[in-house]
Design a protein around this ligand. Structure first.
Ligand SMILES: Cc1ncc(COP(=O)(O)O)c(C=O)c1O
Length: 420
């Protein structure tokens, strides 16, 4: 008989890497709900609810706020291939691996890509971005908000205004930062935002929430082609160039999410349930409490690591609150320590890429996983494992420093917020 292997019984982990992170049990529960047909009125009702919930998540009035099936890069690719015509200039400020991903995707869309780079661990001044816009006159500025590869977050509050002034479309990848730090899409004049569930939203990877404003919707409508077999009687193809992907043709995806409910792909039912629950949980918590929780945990982790004699990576004034990079002490082997923390303590922390590979570990504290017990467990595991690898830290100092942050009701990380 064919080997049917063991029952699926994965170990329970604290997922404290840069993502995916622990899924909120309420989300897992939502995913076990019965399947519905994709045109069942109950299901299309849930789709409308998802649109409404994600308008609040993205803090936008954008009508076109929906889900793209696939991991976070599906959302990026969908917006990019639908907005960028071959030959268009796309400017990408690169401050980590995911800036390179935006450049790569834009290149595949046939864009003339101009990348400006800054050292990993730093971000750009708005003036640098404006200067590059003036010089290269792009159609699109594609920018990551929080780049998990470096743990840095690009301040975006001035970038939308700059883009509008130069008639540039601003597309933001907020996969790693969404709901861990503020992103008021409309207030910051961002034209398109893409995200994923597997970071602060604490869902599984596999579906990408996106929002686009009317400026972008207009561009896309000008390229609208509907596939044969589902065309309405009065169909007339738009004059613009056909979007070079069927799966990521946003004009057809918009038709499916509109009252027309024109068939495109088969919607990923259970992932839509997950996305809906992730948004509900987030919005129930409220922005103030949520951001305070992430800031407080970040401060506790940073102080804990520092008290252990470790050095936190990058410009701390622009560090993402939900991921922390820490230099690997030169006397230990980074991957060996990570492996022991996983095997002995069931805690996953991350390695890094490119110029930071082997130099820093990355510790995620996101959404459901952004908890005091996780921080304390991680610091204890790190202290013990480092000692066993010949690098000693003052006993208990990391945990004491983290607790000092949590026990201080006036700590600046939660300034002005009732963190009870
Ligand atoms: C900032 C950022 N953008 C994009 C991605 C790609 O997401 P996915 O692996 O879900 O396609 C990630 C994943 O870590 C990310 O952190």
């Amino acid at each position: 008989m064919q080997n049917l292997f063991d029952d699926l019984n994965p170990p329970v982990r604290r997922l404290m890497g840069p993502g995916p992170v622990e899924v909120d049990p309420r989300v897992l529960n939502a995913m076990s709900m019965p399947m519905l047909g994709q045109f069942d009125p109950h299901f299309t009702g849930y789709m409308n609810e998802v649109m409404s919930l994600y308008r609040d998540i993205f803090q936008t009035e954008n009508k076109w706020t929906m889900l793209v099936d696939g991991t976070a890069r599906a959302g990026i690719e969908c917006v990019m291939v639908s907005v960028v015509n071959p030959g268009d200039t796309v400017l990408v400020p690169v401050f980590g691996r995911f800036g390179h991903l935006l450049s790569e995707i834009a290149t595949r869309c046939g864009a003339n890509v101009v990348a400006i780079e800054t050292e990993w661990g730093t971000v750009f001044e708005p003036q640098q971005i404006e200067d590059a816009i003036k010089k290269h006159q792009p159609k699109v500025l594609a920018c990551v908000q929080g780049d998990t590869s470096t743990t840095m977050a690009q301040p975006l509050d001035e970038i939308g205004r700059i883009c509008r002034a130069h008639d540039v479309y601003l597309c933001v990848d907020a996969t790693a930062s969404i709901t861990g730090m503020p992103l008021p899409t409309d207030e910051w004049q961002i034209d398109a935002v893409t995200a994923g569930l597997q970071k602060c939203l604490s869902g599984p990877p596999g579906i990408a929430p996106i929002t686009i404003n009317d400026r972008v919707a207009e561009l896309i409508s000008a390229r609208k082609h509907i596939e044969e077999g589902i065309r309405p009687d009065d169909y007339q193809a738009a004059d613009g160039e056909m979007i070079q992907s069927n799966y990521f043709d946003l004009s057809m995806i918009m038709d499916y999410w509109s009252p027309a409910r024109l068939n495109h792909h088969t919607e990923a039912t259970s992932m839509l349930y997950a996305a809906r629950e992730c948004a509900r949980i987030t919005l129930k918590e409220g922005w103030d409490r949520r951001f305070a929780r992430h800031n407080q945990t970040s401060a506790a982790l940073v102080d804990g690591l520092t008290a252990m004699g470790l050095q936190v990576f990058g410009d701390l004034s622009v560090k993402m609150p939900n991921v922390t990079g820490v230099y690997i002490p030169p006397t230990v082997e980074g991957d060996k320590v990570r492996g022991e923390i996983l095997n002995d303590f069931g805690i996953e922390i991350g390695t890094s890429f490119g110029p930071l590979h082997g130099k820093i570990w990355r510790i995620g504290t996101m959404g459901f996983g952004c908890r005091k017990d996780n921080v304390l467990a991680c610091l204890a595991a790190l202290e013990t494992t480092l000692r066993r690898n010949g690098h000693s830290a003052p006993a208990g100092a990391g945990i004491d420093a983290a607790l000092a942050v949590y026990n201080n009701p006036d700590h600046p990380s939660i300034a002005g917020i009732n963190a009870a």
